[in-house]
Design a protein around this ligand. Structure first.
Ligand code: AHR
Length: 494
């Protein structure tokens, strides 16, 4: 099949904030414990307790921001549990996810980890089970210079200079695990907590206060919170997970699926566009100048645990299907760059749609990791609109666009185009043209694999990995190339 893409290089849009490539690391399962943190005494090679292989892999994709400690866990977390000598920290039940939390990874470990990989920090504070006072003390501990008792306590615990907190999440899923609140009640709590956000440092106003936003389609929540607290909100967080079946009781398998589940999952991921349009429209009513960022601080695919295998909570495999939905979602974020200024995929390591899976000493990069790698050229680029003409890919009665795409121009003037061919078995002959500019050369990378269910495993880590895209030719001002079936492609046009 033939398809056309015209990139409007002469109609620049908003900057694609690097933070759209943010990640989420919750105190849960093997996400942090074993995934990121093994402790200095571990036989697994580590840098001050952080897995070296994981640190190196994350540095390579330039993670711009990390959200921590939750998720649901944030509303049960008391920050004082995670400071001071590790051996003396309390062990608590992890009420959200089961098991016990030994608090070895606390404030210092998180902030130093972010510093180590060069990421900004997004701290989620406890609204559901905490107080505004507890939050402001934590913020003082994190950011205060000077000689206050709390700043001195931090120094005594080994950190002289204050850290920078870029984002502060005021509660998480307040409509659910964060307290089962109603929007008006949460909005009042938000107002109260937001009032007591007093970070120290060069520019205290630089901290972005993030309100706990809607569960997926719940636009009534957005209406309720924006109308009652909009003027105190800097960013508003929406959560959306894609389930192949859309049924939380039986979500579907991460690895054992056919074309029905394949297209259902792709279709589900595309729903993000609709969500962003609907939440943005309500935000526009209360914030027409778009001062408030819409952040998607949890997103990704969520599957059932593998039957008969004892895995840590929320551990799942990651296939080529996850790579395609990641690329599609990032394409959607690029198109909404004027309002969407951060997103945090759930989650970083060993949890849900992870970048990385670990097993003792071994580590494997997932197909989703490779998309974040290929797409890092979009971080900080200027979004460019594009027109795509392609017949839909159809299976059963489900339709998805035959080519899904986004474009951006980086600081060096290179135009990048991200493309997804969702068909499991048909290539697309693609004609790409820039309007308002000329591309003299083109390079591309492609991510595909032998099957829609292809995965990377510890024994076979290179089944799904990017390769250079070959066979591009130019004719009459346009480039012609082939998008292989079930693939993600990123083009660099200069
Ligand atoms: O990412 C896993 C969980 O999903 C988070 O803790 C919670 O916020 C959401 O429901």
């Amino acid at each position: 099949m033939d398809a056309q893409v015209v990139v409007h290089a002469d109609r620049p849009g908003a900057v694609i904030r690097p933070e759209i490539y943010g990640q989420f690391a919750e105190q849960l399962g093997h996400g942090i414990d074993q995934g990121i943190w093994v402790g200095e005494a571990s036989a697994i090679p580590n840098i001050k307790g952080y897995r070296k292989d994981v640190v190196d892999a994350l540095k390579a994709i330039h993670v711009p921001v990390i959200r921590w400690p939750g998720g649901c866990f944030a509303d049960e977390y008391h920050w004082r549990d995670g400071i001071g000598p590790r051996g003396q920290r309390p062990v608590r039940r992890n009420l959200s996810w089961g098991g016990e939390e030994n608090n070895a990874f606390g404030t210092h470990e998180f902030m130093d980890f972010a510093e180590l990989i060069g990421a900004k920090t997004y701290i989620g504070v406890n609204v559901g089970g905490g107080t505004a006072r507890e939050m402001s003390d934590w913020l003082e501990y994190l950011t205060a210079d000077g000689q206050s008792s709390i700043a001195r306590e931090r120094r005594a615990n080994g950190r002289d200079k204050p850290w920078k907190v870029a984002y502060l999440g005021i509660g998480n899923e307040a409509w659910g695990c964060g307290g089962h609140m109603r929007p008006a009640y949460y909005a009042d709590l938000y107002r109260q907590f937001a009032t007591f956000v007093h970070p120290s440092g060069d520019d205290p106003s630089a901290i972005v206060r993030v309100a706990s936003g809607a569960n997926a389609d719940d636009v009534a929540w957005t209406e309720g919170v924006m109308s009652a607290a909009g003027e105190l909100i800097d960013a508003y967080g929406v959560h959306y997970y894609t389930l192949p079946t859309q049924d939380w009781k039986k979500k579907g398998s991460a690895t054992d699926f056919g074309e029905t589940e394949w297209i259902a999952t792709l279709h589900g991921a595309l729903h993000m566009d609709d969500l962003l349009n609907r939440h943005s429209a309500i935000m526009d009513k209360y914030d027409p100048k778009k001062r408030v960022a819409l952040v998607v601080d949890e997103w990704g695919n969520w599957y059932d645990p593998q039957p008969g295998v004892a895995s840590p909570p929320l551990y799942q495999q990651n296939s080529l299907r996850d790579a395609l939905t990641a690329a599609m979602t990032l394409n959607i974020f690029h198109a909404h760059a004027d309002r969407v200024r951060m997103a945090n995929i759930a989650q970083m390591v060993n949890v849900l749609q992870a970048m990385i899976l670990t097993d003792q000493k071994r580590m494997v990069l997932t197909p989703t990791y490779h998309v974040f790698d290929m797409y890092q050229v979009f971080q900080g680029a200027t979004s460019l609109p594009l027109d795509v003409r392609a017949p839909d890919y159809v299976f059963g009665n489900v339709h998805v666009p035959g080519v899904q795409a986004s474009a951006g121009r980086d600081a060096a003037g290179v135009v990048h185009v991200g493309l997804v061919n969702p068909s499991p078995d048909k290539p697309v002959r693609l004609h790409v043209r820039l309007s308002g500019a000329q591309a003299k050369s083109i390079k591309g990378r492609v991510l595909t694999a032998p099957a829609i269910t292809s995965i990377n495993t510890f024994d076979h880590p290179g089944v799904v990995k990017p390769e250079p895209l070959a066979g591009m030719s130019s004719s009459g001002g346009e480039w012609v190339l082939s998008l292989p079936p079930r693939s993600v492609v990123v083009l660099d046009m200069r």
